[in-house]
Design a binder for this molecule. Structure first.
Ligand code: UDP
Length: 340
């Protein structure tokens, strides 16, 4: 299939483009490069454009004879969404409307949508299933929930088929070292911990150590970006006209902030300076996925999502990307004796 990958120059979209190409599909990346990177587009044509530009989207779909869409283009950074809610709703919701209009104009009728566990908001229903009540708390979570809703309404009205994939905490980098995560500023736990390991920050601040968990720090379900990418490719072949199926993607296993720091020390062989800080507003104590539906329907198998593997691939990516020096792949297995 020829697949338009909106946001395909971003972290998850670029891994999906690679997985599509490896599975014999043809990805065409459409990205504004607002937060994406040109270097991340390596597996097919690139179209530089804004997701709200319905005419350019339709022209691209026609020019490349697109069969299906994977929709990653979004404002995905929660603090920016809180600070600029209008921008969040415009990029996320206006952008999705433009994409759906372009699909309707050109007869493209399949969509895989990049959703998030933020659609659920804080919940005591852990592990979360797809039926967990949805009470998002940030403009980001609200807008993603609205995007799912708009896609479902278009599916019902125009016979589109879709799959919405609700990710938990995405981590790791391409196992071959070709692509990885680069956000500015970086706020996600694993890269922040590794920046502290590399000496690029003086310490990692733990956002609260008085939660009702085993060691007092928040527990999250980390899933490897390469496992997610494969699930997107699998989702393409399950699309059924007129409906949008939703699936959680996580491992079902949670790790605390302190466990992540310990694993990072193990993988890097370095002592990581830590400080205890206050709770971060809106942080639930524990978030884990019940991904049994994705296992059953998408053959989802998060076999790259062992914590040390995710951290080792992020570490390798960070060191190679920032120094330009390609490292031996031993690091990917978390060899703690190799110093870098
Ligand atoms: N966290 C932390 N220190 C940091 C960054 C994150 O203690 O410098 C915590 C954060 O409060 C949350 C967990 O690590 O409990 C995962 O945070 P992240 O931002 O990676 O993902 P989120 O769960 O917020 O989507």
């Amino acid at each position: 299939m020829r697949v338009l990958v909106t946001g395909g120059a971003g972290y998850i979209g670029s891994h999906a483009a690679k997985a599509l190409a490896e599975a014999g599909h043809e990805p065409v990346v459409f990205d504004s490069l607002r937060t994406g990177h040109r270097w991340a587009v390596q597996w097919g044509p690139f179209v530089h454009g804004d997701i709200r530009d319905v005419l350019l989207l339709a022209e691209t779909m026609r020019a490349h004879a697109i069969d299906a869409v994977m929709h990653f283009a979004a404002l995905a950074d929660v603090p920016t969404a809180v600070a600029q809610p209008g921008l969040c709703w415009d990029i996320n919701v206006t952008g999705t409307l433009a994409l759906l209009s372009a699909m309707k104009l050109t007869g493209v009728d399949k969509i895989v949508f990049s959703s998030t566990c933020a659609v659920y908001g804080p919940s005591d229903d852990v592990p979360m299933t797809e039926a967990t009540a949805q009470n998002p708390i940030s403009p980001y979570g609200h807008s993603k929930r609205a995007m799912e809703q708009i896609i479902a309404e278009h599916a019902a009205a125009y016979g589109f088929g879709g799959v919405a994939l609700r990710y938990f905490n995405v981590a790791g980098a391409d196992p071959d070292g070709d692509i990885g995560e680069e956000h500015a500023p970086e706020t996600h736990l694993i890269p922040v911990v590794l920046e502290a390991a590399a000496g690029a920050r003086p310490f990692i601040a733990i956002n609260g150590d008085d939660y009702p968990t085993n060691d007092g720090t928040c527990v999250r379900d980390y899933v490897h970006v390469a496992d997610l990418a494969k699930a997107h490719v699998a989702a393409l072949s399950t699309i059924d006209g007129g409906t949008v199926a939703a699936f959680n993607l996580g491992t079902g296993h949670g790790y605390s902030v302190k466990e992540v720091i310990e694993a990072a020390e193990r993988v890097t062989g370095r002592t990581i300076p830590v400080r205890n800080g206050p709770r971060r507003e809106g942080d639930p104590a524990r978030l884990t996925a019940d991904a049994s539906a994705a296992q059953a329907k998408l053959a989802f198998d998060p076999n790259a999502s062992a914590l040390d593997t995710m951290i080792a691939s992020t570490w390798r990516w960070m060191v190679e990307h920032r120094t330009g020096v390609r490292l031996p792949s031993m690091l990917d297995r978390g060899n703690r004796n190799r110093s870098i």
